[in-house]
Design a protein around this ligand. Structure first.
Ligand code: ACO
Length: 428
């Protein structure tokens, strides 16, 4: 509470004093929780364009200035110096770990990387054409059947958190191997978190495989950049589902499903499909940009625009540099990268995009990077889910450990028919 209030004057002559709450970065807000009881009014904010649904100490972002910080640490510093495991610890526990804490956390992740052998047979039930997000979400829901103590909200949560973080990576690796008809590769305890994922994706039993350290570093950075983004569609879904008391696996599975959509985590796949389409038609992107501006077929420049970032997305800046470095290291010349850079150049100088404050977001370059690493297009959103997992878990934990948290239950403005009498079918 700031001790200040805001006065809202209503058309019926009523005036109401509402408390002003100021966040730690001096963001002011008006607390409208008492509004309905005091006046009968509710607020309308479709798409939650300007609604603070929670008070959270996890991630700060300033869309105007292009700032993103996890627990106070700038994303640029974490991407440069941290690992995904350390950043996950930070998000979930609120502080950077000591050496002993990090070693213990890493060890836990290593020892919980296997999935129950019975779950391995689930993969056989899915058709080969299954989207890996469908497989991932249902496998995560199934985990609640294998670890039923998650239904007891008073039971310790650390083990479930470790299991989720570690096993989602294994499920992703196994589902990829299954989709290409290869035997699954079990995790190797000697490998780090990200190196182990590359091993499960790309090793084959017949040959030795050592993950490329440049790709391991790139994967760490990619996952760190995706690790949290405060109240986005999937994270709010996790909080909403978790607010009913549903277990952590159910809440995270719901987040995975929300992430799947092309306007959210599915954008990285949509960007590659868009670039491939432009490449197929032999264009340089100019005609496509015109179609987007004319809203032809409701097309959008995928990987551009963000609900919150209105100057630039700091994650996109880091990713663009990393994409160049990784492609140079691998000696790959990807024509899609040339098309992407040309599109970006055109869009950044075009009035349509400038006026609407549309800039590349994190997904504009991530797909090209994943492609270079050998990850297939339909796995891109799964990669996003692996990265976002610590953020979802941190928000779920923040909510369930807050004694004041309530079940999420928005209001609505009803616009349907007023009361009318039921008519027998012959009279309609
Ligand atoms: N290409 C062309 N026009 C766009 C784009 C785009 N990528 N994004 C927004 N616009 C236009 C809209 O057509 C609209 O124009 P209008 O005012 O003439 O109707 C205006 O900009 C505002 O767009 P909204 O959809 O209202 O903005 P909103 O904040 O709701 O949407 C979103 C944000 C969903 C990210 C949007 O910019 C978009 O669809 N981008 C493409 C998909 C994408 O890259 N998603 C990934 C987001 S990042 C993430 O989830 C990790």
């Amino acid at each position: 509470m700031s001790g200040k209030t805001a006065t809202l004057n209503l058309p019926d002559g009523k005036a109401v004093e509402l408390p002003v709450i100021v966040g730690s970065e001096q963001e002011p807000s008006v607390d409208i929780r008492s509004l309905r009881d005091a006046t009968g009014y509710v607020t309308l904010d479709s798409g939650y364009m300007n609604t603070g649904a929670v008070q959270s100490a996890i991630t700060y972002l300033d869309g105007e200035k292009g700032i993103l910080r996890y627990r106070g640490y700038p994303i640029e510093e974490l991407a440069e110096h941290s690992t995904f495991v350390e950043t996950s610890y930070l998000l979930i526990n609120g502080k950077l770990p000591s050496r002993t804490e990090l070693d213990a956390f890493s060890k836990q992740l290593t020892y919980h990387s296997l999935i129950h052998e019975d779950m391995r047979h689930f993969f056989e039930g899915y058709p080969p054409t299954s989207h890996p997000m469908a497989v991932l979400s249902s496998m995560v829901t199934s985990m609640s059947a294998y670890y039923p103590d998650c239904l007891d909200r008073s039971a310790p949560m650390d083990l479930h958190i470790t299991r989720l973080l570690s096993k989602v990576r294994t499920i992703a690796g196994f589902s990829y191997k299954k989709s290409i008809g290869q035997p699954v590769m079990y995790p190797r305890n000697a490998l780090s978190f990200c190196a182990n994922f590359l091993h499960m994706m790309f090793a084959v039993p017949a040959e030795p495989y050592e993950p490329d350290p440049v790709l391991v570093k790139a994967l760490n950075q990619l996952l760190i950049l995706h690790a949290d983004h405060e109240q986005n569609c999937s994270t709010s879904t996790v909080r909403m589902v978790g607010s009913s008391g549903a277990n952590v696996y159910a809440a995270v599975a719901a987040g995975i499903l929300a992430l799947w959509g092309p306007l959210h985590g599915g954008a990285n796949q949509a960007v590659i499909e868009m670039l491939e389409e432009i490449q197929k038609t032999g264009g340089d992107g100019h005609a496509f940009i015109n179609d987007v501006k004319n809203k032809k077929n409701n097309s959008r420049l995928m990987g551009f625009g963000h609900r919150v970032y209105k100057s630039y997305d700091p994650r996109a800046k880091i990713l663009k540099k990393m994409t160049d470095e990784v492609l140079a290291h691998l000696g790959i010349k990807d024509p899609l990268l040339d098309i992407a850079k040309a599109l970006e150049e055109v869009a950044l100088h075009d009035d349509y995009f400038i006026e609407k404050k549309l800039y590349p977001n994190v997904d504009f370059y991530s797909g090209i990077l994943y492609r270079a690493m050998g990850i297939p297009t339909d796995m891109f959103t799964v990669m996003f889910a692996i990265g976002r997992l610590p953020g979802w878990i941190a928000h779920w934990k923040e909510m369930v450990t807050d004694p004041k948290s309530k079940i999420a239950r928005p209001r609505q403005i009803y616009t349907g028919e007023t009361t009318r009498s039921y008519l027998p079918i012959e009279q309609r």
